[in-house]
Write a protein that binds this ligand. Structure first.
Ligand SMILES: Cc1ncc(COP(=O)(O)O)c(C=O)c1O
Length: 388
């Protein structure tokens, strides 16, 4: 049977070359591949600085912790997040001993609804975390306006989205810090990995320290004691086992960075293919729009289509999901958050009607660049057969 996964991993000659080079040089810890990926990825997203970690969640964790420490926020201060997102967004707020405050999402584009943010802001609100789901940018112009008016920091959870723009500006570069995931089936995929990008050197230094147990930023990589004069070396030797923050062991290796770096020369082609695939599915399934809410693109925005999301207007979504899965088409839920067992008693899922509707009726399938036109036709036929 044909298998249509939500993601794919395409191995290239460049990946083999980079990985073989690492095996040859035997440099595993933070080194030239990590540095090159940080610089190039940040630049492609209009930012100066990038800090790698071992996951998107780790990047979000250290990003919020850096903001909290540097701005001296208190435990219990509030962070606004959308009511539809992966659990990691809520969890990193809780792990930072802050309070996630949920705001419902937009009916059509599934981003945090800017019109509903203002009345959730209290004297304790410190930040907003917009989440760009499925490759689709949030309404960043409105969100930034609200943040400026209320003196809030914006930390973008762009784990599911890279190379997507709103008003021509890449998402992940609107707020103080933007975080991306390189987990399996993401836009850039290295197995595991995360990157935080920013223009603020203080944030970058703090995040890099937090990824490395919170150690003194004078010595983060094993190259940091090379080529120093005697006095400088003495200072590094004295300080390199000083820890300034209670940090984490969130380091990545050169292998993941090399796999990610090898994908960057192809990013435009990869995104174009995803855009083509998503448009193909949306066009070919237009006749089913009375049964399915098909994805739509926010004006003045480009999507990089990590996934192709849809909402079943009526009927049981599990019957549809099983029908597709029986045909080898992988499905996922549209990131149910509000009624997860781990958050019982945290909030009332009924207070977020759009999220509730998406929880009940929302699914996605893959539209990645590994799919052929035959694969796309196969998906279209499966949907058509179901609704026949
Ligand atoms: C919206 C969102 N935030 C955070 C994450 C966490 O990323 P990771 O799995 O790399 O920790 C994910 C994972 O896919 C995600 O979808």
């Amino acid at each position: 049977m044909r298998k249509i996964g939500v993601g794919d991993f395409i191995v290239t000659d460049l990946m083999r070359e980079y990985v073989n080079d690492i095996l040859e040089t035997r440099r595993l810890s933070y080194g030239p591949y990590c540095r090159a990926f940080e610089n190039q990825f940040a630049k492609l997203h209009s930012r100066r600085l990038g800090v790698l970690s071992n996951s998107g969640t780790s990047s979000l964790q250290v990003a919020l912790q850096a903001l909290k420490e540097l701005h001296r926020w208190n435990d219990g201060d509030e962070v606004i997040i959308p009511a539809v997102t992966f659990v990691a967004t809520a969890n990193i707020v809780l792990h930072n001993k802050m309070k996630p405050v949920l705001v419902d999402v937009e009916h059509d584009y599934y981003g945090i609804d800017p019109e509903k943010i203002a009345h959730k802001i209290t004297p304790k609100t410190r930040a907003i975390i917009p989440v760009h789901l499925f490759g689709m940018p949030c309404d960043m112009t409105s969100i930034m306006e609200i943040a400026r008016a209320h003196d809030l920091e914006v930390l973008e959870d762009s784990c599911e989205t890279a190379f997507a723009t709103h008003y021509g500006v890449p998402v992940g570069s609107w707020g103080a810090i933007g975080c991306f995931s390189m987990y399996v089936a993401h836009i850039i995929s290295a197995g595991v990995g995360g990157i935080a990008i920013t223009d603020n050197p203080d944030y970058a230094v703090k995040m890099r320290s937090l990824v490395n147990h919170g150690r003194d930023a004078i010595y983060i990589s094993i190259d940091d004691d090379d080529h120093l004069d005697r006095l400088e070396l003495k200072e590094v030797v004295e300080r390199r086992f000083k820890f300034e923050s209670i940090g984490h062991s969130y380091r990545i290796t050169e292998f993941e960075a090399a796999l990610a770096l090898a994908q960057l020369p192809d990013w435009e082609e990869m995104v174009k293919q995803r855009q083509y695939n998503a448009a193909y599915l949306t066009d070919e399934l237009a006749s089913l729009k009375d049964w399915l809410q098909l994805p739509s693109i926010r004006p003045r925005t480009t999507s990089s289509w990590m996934m192709w999301p849809f909402i079943l207007r009526e009927g049981d979504k599990w019957t549809l999901a099983t029908f597709l899965e029986e045909r080898g088409i992988e499905t996922r839920e549209m990131l149910r958050l509000t009624d997860q067992p781990c958050y019982t008693g945290f909030w009332n899922p009924d207070d977020y009607p759009v999220a509730k509707w998406m929880n009940e009726q929302g699914l996605y399938v893959g539209c990645h660049n590994g799919l052929t036109t035959d694969d796309l036709d196969y998906i279209v036929e499966a949907f058509e057969d179901y609704f026949k």
